[in-house]
Write a protein that binds this ligand. Structure first.
Ligand SMILES: NC(=O)c1ccc[n+]([C@@H]2O[C@H](COP(=O)([O-])OP(=O)(O)OC[C@H]3O[C@@H](n4cnc5c(N)ncnc54)[C@H](O)[C@@H]3O)[C@@H](O)[C@H]2O)c1
Length: 430
C-alpha cells in the first residue's frame, strides 16, 4: 500500500525556464487535466510538445492523424499514434478480444468464459506495437531537444475500456445502474469480461508509464550528462482530502475500477524513484473531464472545494470572483449554506462513509451506496438554475490549474514517488 503523502504547501517556482520542453505523453483534450500543466508551462515560456493517440478507421487499423486532422494542433506536434492496450490485437488464432466478444448477447455475459491465455497473447502484441511507437516518439523528442534545455515528460494516459459493444452497457450498469439495472461492480470485475478490462486498464493506465521511463532512459542520460534536467509527472487518483465537518478528511469515489491500475502506476513510479529518477504520480481531485463523465457522482466531492476556498484564500480577489460566480449558478431559493449543509450530510452519511477506508482502497460498491451517490448527484444538479451550467465546471478549472502549477514545479525534485493534491492545496494555490 502506498503511504498517504499529501502535499500541504504551494511549491516554490522551479528553475524551469523559457525554451524548456513540456513533452505530453497522451493527447490533450479540451476540459482535460493536462490543460493546467500546459497553461502553467506556457506562463513559464516553455515549449509544449504535443502527441496523439492516433485514430482507427473502419478497417480498425491504427494510424497517425491526417494532415487535415493535424492542421489545428499547435506545433511542435509528434504525429505517431500512442494508443496503448490490446483490445484490437489478434491472438495466435488471429482473433482479437473485441472479435471474441462480438457475438455475446447481453443476457449471456456472465456465462462467457475464456482463459486469460488468449488475452495475454493479444497483450504481448499490443505491448510490442506500443513500445515500438514510443521508441519512435522519443527519437522525435530527441530531434526537438537542444543542449541547455530541461525536459518535463507528462504522462496523461488512462483508460482502456475494450471497444466491444457488450462492455459499455455492463459498465454503465455498474457505475450508474439503480433498481433492477444495478450490477455489482464486484460481480462484473470477477467475470471473464471484467478480467479483460482489468488487464487492458493496466496496460493503458500503468504500464505505459513504465515504457516511457524505460525507453527514454538513454535520452534522459544524454540530457543529464549535458547538464540538463529531466523529470516525469503522471496523473493518479487515490481519493482526495476534502472538507468534511470543517476538517480535511480523505474520501474517495467508489466503485473506481481503474483503482488497481492506478496502484500499479504508483508502484512503477516508486521503482524508478528508487533509481534516482525525478518522477512522481500526483493523485489529483475528482473533476469533470471527457474521461470522468462515465463515473456519474464522482463530481459530488468536488463541491466541498467551495469551503476550502473560503477557508484558505479569504483575501484572494480571484477566489472571491470564483465564489461569486458559483453562487450565481444556484437557484434563488438555494443558498451556499444550503448546499454546504447538504454536502456535509451526504459525506458523513454512514453508507457513504463506509467506502472511505484508505487501506481497503479501491472498494466495490453496494447498491445502497451507488443509489445514494447517484441521487445526491442529481439533487445537487437540481439546485442549479441550469443543469447544463454547473458549479463543477468552474471548480474543475480551478483544480486543473492548481494541479498544473503544483505538478510542474514540484516535479523538479519530488519528495516522494506518489503525492496527493487535496482541496486545501488547490485552494492555497489561488
Ligand atoms: N477526471 C478526474 O476526476 C481525474 C482525477 C484524478 C486523476 N485523473 C487522471 O488525469 C489523467 C487525464 O485524464 P482526464 O480526466 O483529464 O481526461 P482526458 O480524457 O482529458 O485524458 C485522458 C488521457 O488518456 C489518454 N488515453 C485514453 N485512452 C488511451 C489509450 N488506449 N492509449 C493511450 N492513451 C489513452 C488520452 O489520450 C488522454 O491523454 C488520467 O490519467 C486520469 O486518470 C483524472
Amino acid at each position: 500500500m502506498t503511504p498517504f503523502f499529501p502535499l500541504r504547501q504551494k511549491p516554490h517556482s522551479s528553475p524551469l525556464k523559457k525554451g524548456d520542453l513540456l513533452v505530453l505523453f497522451g493527447e490533450l483534450f479540451s476540459r482535460g487535466y493536462a490543460n493546467g500543466l500546459t497553461e502553467e508551462a506556457e506562463k513559464n515560456g516553455m515549449t509544449i510538445v504535443r502527441a496523439t493517440v492516433g485514430r482507427r478507421d473502419r478497417d480498425l487499423g491504427l494510424r497517425a492523424l491526417t494532415d487535415e486532422e493535424a492542421a489545428s494542433i499547435p506545433k511542435p506536434f509528434i504525429n505517431i499514434p500512442l494508443e496503448a492496450g490490446f483490445d484490437f490485437e489478434p491472438d495466435s488464432e488471429g482473433i482479437s478480444p473485441v472479435d471474441r466478444l462480438k457475438e455475446i448477447r447481453l443476457s449471456d455475459w456472465e456465462s462467457f468464459q475464456l482463459s486469460t491465455q488468449k488475452w495475454e497473447e493479444s497483450r504481448a502484441r499490443g505491448r510490442a506495437r506500443f513500445k515500438e511507437n514510443v521508441a519512435a516518439y522519443i527519437a522525435e523528442v530527441e530531434k526537438l531537444w537542444k543542449p541547455g534545455q530541461n525536459i518535463v515528460f507528462a504522462h496523461l494516459m488512462a483508460g482502456g475500456v475494450p471497444r466491444a459493444k457488450i462492455v459499455m452497457p455492463l459498465m454503465n450498469r455498474s457505475f450508474k445502474g439503480s433498481g433492477d439495472r444495478y450490477l455489482s461492480s464486484e460481480k462484473f470485475w470477477k467475470s471473464s469480461i471484467g478480467q479483460l478490462c482489468s488487464m487492458n486498464f493496466n496496460e493503458v493506465t500503468a504500464e505505459t508509464f513504465r515504457h516511457l521511463l524505460e525507453i527514454s532512459t538513454p535520452f534522459r542520460e544524454k540530457v543529464q550528462n549535458s547538464g540538463g534536467h529531466v523529470s516525469y509527472t503522471a496523473y493518479g487518483y487515490h481519493g482526495t482530502e476534502v472538507m468534511i465537518d470543517d476538517q480535511y478528511q480523505w474520501q474517495t469515489y467508489t466503485p473506481y475500477l481503474q483503482g488497481w491500475a492506478k496502484i500499479k502506476l504508483e508502484d512503477i513510479s516508486s521503482e524508478y524513484f528508487k533509481k534516482s529518477v525525478n518522477c512522481c504520480v500526483y493523485n489529483c481531485p475528482e473533476i469533470l473531464t471527457n474521461s470522468s463523465s462515465i463515473f456519474q457522482g464522482v463530481e459530488v466531492s468536488l463541491y466541498p472545494l467551495l469551503q476550502a476556498i473560503e477557508k484558505e484564500a479569504p483575501q484572494s480577489e480571484k477566489a472571491k470572483k470564483i465564489l461569486t460566480e458559483c453562487k450565481g449558478l444556484l437557484k434563488e431559493d438555494c443558498s451556499f449554506d444550503d448546499l454546504k449543509k447538504y454536502l456535509n450530510e451526504y459525506l458523513t452519511h454512514p453508507v457513504i462513509k463506509q467506502m472511505n477506508v484508505y487501506k481497503e482502497w479501491p472498494m466495490h460498491s453496494t447498491q445502497e451506496h451507488l443509489e445514494r451517490m447517484l441521487n445526491s448527484s442529481e439533487e445537487i444538479v437540481q439546485m442549479h438554475k441550469d443543469a447544463k451550467n454547473l458549479i463543477t465546471f468552474v471548480l474543475s478549472e480551478v483544480v486543473f490549474e492548481s494541479c498544473g502549477y503544483v505538478m510542474l514545479h514540484d516535479s523538479w525534485s519530488p519528495k516522494n514517488s506518489s503525492a496527493w493534491i487535496g482541496h486545501d492545496l488547490v485552494a492555497k494555490c489561488l
